[in-house]
Design a protein around this ligand. Structure first.
Ligand SMILES: O=c1ccn([C@@H]2O[C@H](COP(=O)(O)OP(=O)(O)O[C@H]3O[C@H](CO)[C@@H](O)[C@H](O)[C@H]3O)[C@@H](O)[C@H]2O)c(=O)[nH]1
Ligand SMILES: [Mn+2]
Length: 832
């Protein structure tokens, strides 16, 4: 990378000197005249959105009036001489109002940041081919048992075959398990890439993940959308490549079978290392495919099978180059913190700095493959965009999943978050970073301020002394070559130095030293630079640190999906995933990154609200459980009269009016949200439902875990999500296809919702049996509320029932639940 790169930096990355308030109109007019736009940003301001905002504001007004009324009524009741048991009555009022206040607050925190969604369309054809920046792609894997090597291999192949110049990107694979099996599998992928990558280029196949391409039902019709040469040729080539791929699969199976007997690593240079354990092993950096030449290597030959002499594929005039592949395993030692994924990412960040030092970085978890070969270009558009792209620290892509059952009973797709929340945030300071499928600007990770907050450093400025001063060993560590690489990256603001790029022995030696476990001692890694430590959701914390420094982020939704991954296999895995996210969120809440305490004017106020929302939501579990248990009391009470706890208030027209208004506006907001974001009502409902399941189980456990951490310093573990191999023969029946999903695996997390379910069901039974439900409207309503809880917990019950359960129609349930929810609120009010 020499002139081309520096020109590019000058053209696109140089910061505008003035701090400008973004005006979309201005931007459109000024840039359109000069060059083709890489990104077209439109504020969604359809009638739906306007109505949506209006209803949200009206509902907030109603909430204020409602609470004013509730609290004043409570105070009047308490001081009334007719109330005989003041302490019980007071406690009940407090529980009820506290619950409602918390739910209302959560609703407001959730809605506010969603009110100004924007839509960004990238134009990859507007990118100047000769100016494409270099990119480092990081793949993380940690355990070959839970993350099958075949999945990782497919991810790597899809990356290598992506539509991006082969000499401009490098694929780094981090193996936290230090498993020879993983390394061998990566090497197999590197070998197979020599055939797979040119094949993809020749025929323009999609997706470029061989497993998905050959075996997933969706891509069976290869002819459709065919971009390459002659169709019969594709059919022939496809058959041959598929045969090769099947052999690769067999080889990986064999590796797996033989894994137990292996004691040593053998590296590319012939040296052997003794195999360590997962928690204790040496650091390794191993270049599996070196840097390809800078010019395309057009195939003038055909690949011929050595034994059968059969012509395998005609690759004349197809570029045969394969991007560089580096296998990396950071050193781990007993008794030394390794900081999970964040630690792996920081090791990758440093090792790649002395090897390729690309200004942009893409991270994919081992199970998330490139599904749209233009994905890398799409991300680059947003980072290079002349109209503000230089302030963008990262581009988050939506996470999409294969292998989710048609009913999505555990809400794995998370559509409300990706299609509403992230889009809304994009209109503020940018989406929250949520892990896999995210592209970064390397300099942002080194802790510098974004251009718009560096107003004195413009194109004219010379060497930046501040930057030099900032590149200190007590921040970045002692490696001189690494410090040099940091300087190069930071100087890209205003000079035209090109990053060094070398895979020679010295560079590899340095990279190995950079992944040693002592390198970060007494440095700022994990605190001020790189990925953040001290939380199991390093993603949210890292994004927050970038946003608080004034960086923006961007959301990049493409069609077809840029990346696709796998979702947790069963309810147990899913609950543990949600538990980890909730615990990580609370860890951030109790850290120096608490959104309420951050002292910075650079965080957009609504962005702050969004971060507050993302870090406090698990507390809902406490309010929810208490609030849920509350109406059951009259049914279980030995005193048969439901009036025991009634404080004698008569239903008033006021509260009926409040309820009607609150319920109506809630329903309207939901319907409008579904409309502007394009998700389905079913998806929205699944989200609601799974929220209930998590809130009664995983969130509660998260609160306990974090309480233990805060009080007793007990660390929270990162339980890896098991990945599925996506192969699903097209003909298989649903039960067989999702057998793993329907399997019941017990976890303590299921205890609280099971108890809630049981209590509700028995209290209903008891009430019916004892004829108590006839004793008063409160009891009847309590039963209805019970039913509401039970219905909300039904995906959980399905999980418990295992594969024999049949899925109910979510839409019918939705209607039922809305009606019941209304009655539930009446119940709460009636009892008081
Ligand atoms: O010590 C570790 C632990 C995990 N990982 C990798 O981290 C990734 C995420 O782990 P996974 O179990 O798949 O977590 P998910 O809940 O599915 O992932 C989401 O949530 C995580 C934070 O909790 C983020 O790190 C992920 O990027 C995000 O996709 C995987 O590639 C792992 O190989 C490591 O490299 N080292
Ligand atoms: Mn995952």
């Amino acid at each position: 990378m020499s002139m081309t790169h520096s020109m590019l930096i000058r053209t696109f990355v140089l910061p505008p000197i003035t701090i400008h308030k973004e005006s979309l109109e201005d931007k459109k007019m000024s840039s359109a005249a000069v060059e083709r736009l890489l990104v077209r940003t439109t504020k969604l301001s359809t009638i739906t959105i306007k109505l949506y905002r209006l209803v949200i504001i009206i509902r907030m007004g109603i909430l204020v009036l409602f609470f004013k009324w509730r609290i004043s009524t409570a105070l009047v009741m308490m001081s009334s001489p007719d109330t005989n048991d003041t302490s019980t009555v007071g406690a009940m009022w407090a529980v009820s109002i506290a619950g409602e206040l918390w739910f209302a607050l959560m609703w407001v925190l959730d809605q506010l940041p969603k009110m100004q969604p924007v839509h960004r369309a990238v134009d990859v054809t507007a990118l100047d081919e000769s100016l494409l920046p270099t990119m480092d792609v990081f793949v993380t894997t940690a355990d070959p048992d839970k993350e099958p090597p075949l999945v990782t291999v497919n991810t790597i192949l899809s990356i290598l075959a992506a539509d991006y110049p082969a000499d401009r990107f490098t694929c780094y694979v981090s193996d936290d398990g230090g498993a020879p099996l993983t390394r061998e599998a990566v090497a197999e992928a590197a070998r197979f890439a020599g055939l797979w990558v040119p094949f993809c280029r020749k025929h323009g196949v999609e997706p470029r993940n061989p497993e998905a391409y050959f075996f997933s039902p969706g891509t069976a019709s290869v002819g459709a959308g065919y971009k390459g040469r002659a169709w019969p040729e594709l059919a022939r080539d496809r058959r041959r490549v598929r045969r090769e791929y099947e052999e690769l699969r067999l080889r990986i199976d064999a590796l797996k079978a033989g894994d137990m007997r292996r004691q040593r690593w053998s590296l590319a240079d012939g040296t052997c290392l003794r195999r360590g354990t997962v928690e204790d092993h040496a650091g390794v950096v191993d270049v599996l495919i070196g840097r390809p030449s800078r010019t395309p290597q057009l195939g003038v030959r055909t690949i011929v099978d050595g034994t059968t002499n059969l012509q395998l594929m005609d690759l004349s005039s197809v570029d045969l180059r394969v991007p560089a592949v580096v296998y990396m395993c950071r050193e781990k030692r007993h008794g030394r913190a390794h900081h999970r994924k964040a630690g792996a990412m920081n090791a990758l960040l440093r090792a790649s700095a002395v090897l390729s030092n690309a200004p942009f970085i893409l991270n994919l978890d081992c199970d998330h493959y490139v599904n749209n070969s233009e994905a890398l270009r799409a991300g680059v558009c947003l980072l290079l965009d002349g109209g503000g792209g230089s302030d963008v620290a990262f581009v988050q892509f939506p996470q999409r999943f294969d292998g989710v059952d048609p009913a999505d009973r555990y809400a794995n797709h998370n559509r409300v978050f990706f299609n509403c929340t992230e889009l809304g945030l994009d209109g503020l300071q940018g989406p929250i970073y949520v892990g896999t499928g995210c592209m970064f600007r390397r300099s942002a990770l080194y802790g510098v301020d974004p251009p718009r907050w560096r107003p004195h450093r413009g194109a004219a400025a010379g060497k930046d002394d501040d930057d030099d001063a900032a590149i200190k060993p007590d921040t970045f560590g002692l490696s001189t070559p690494f410090l040099g690489s940091v300087r190069v990256v930071l100087e890209q603001w205003n000079t035209s130095t090109s990053p060094p790029c070398s895979f020679d022995g010295a560079a590899i030696g340095e990279a190995t030293a950079l992944v040693s476990c002592g390198y970060e001692d007494r440095t700022a890694w994990g605190r001020d630079i790189g990925w953040m430590y001290d939380t199991v959701t390093e993603d949210v914390a890292t994004g927050l640190c970038l946003h608080r420094r004034g960086w923006r982020s961007a959301y990049c939704a493409t069609a077809p999906d840029a990346f696709r991954g796998t979702a947790p296999l069963n309810l147990t895995d899913r609950l543990h995933q949600v538990l980890r996210w909730a615990a990580g969120s609370l860890e951030i809440f109790f850290s120096r990154n608490n959104a309420l305490r951050l002292r910075t004017g650079r965080l957009h106020p609504l962005q702050r609200v969004a971060y507050l929302n993302t870090t406090v939501y698990p507390f809902t579990s406490i309010f929810l459980l208490v609030y849920c248990a509350f109406p059951v009391i009259p049914l279980l009470a030995t005193n048969a009269t439901a009036g025991t706890f009634s404080m004698g208030t008569q239903p008033s027209a006021t509260y009926i009016a409040f309820l009607a208004a609150l319920m109506l506006t809630l329903a309207m907001v939901a319907v409008l949200e579904v409309r502007w974001s394009g998700i389905t009502l079913g998806e929205w409902w699944r989200n609601e439902q799974f929220w209930m399941v998590s809130a009664t189980s995983a969130y509660l456990a998260a609160v306990v875990q974090v309480a233990l951490k805060v009080a007793a310093g007990k660390e929270i573990s990162f339980r890896l999500t098991a990945k599925q191999t996506t192969t699903t023969s097209s003909g298989a029946d649903v039960n067989e296809k999702f057998a793993e999903l329907y399997a019941v695996r017990w976890t303590v997390l299921m205890v609280p919702p099971a108890v809630v379910l049981a209590v509700n069901v028995t209290s209903m039974a008891a009430a019916i049996q004892g004829g108590r439900w006839r004793n008063g409207p409160a009891a009847v309503l309590a039963m209805v509320f019970n039913a509401w809880v039970v219905v909300h917990l039904y995906p959980f019950a399905l999980g418990l029932m295992g594969r024999w359960s049949k899925t109910l129609n979510p839409i019918l349930l939705l209607i039922a639940v809305f009606t019941i929810r209304l009655i539930c609120f009446i119940l709460h009010l009636h009892m008081l």
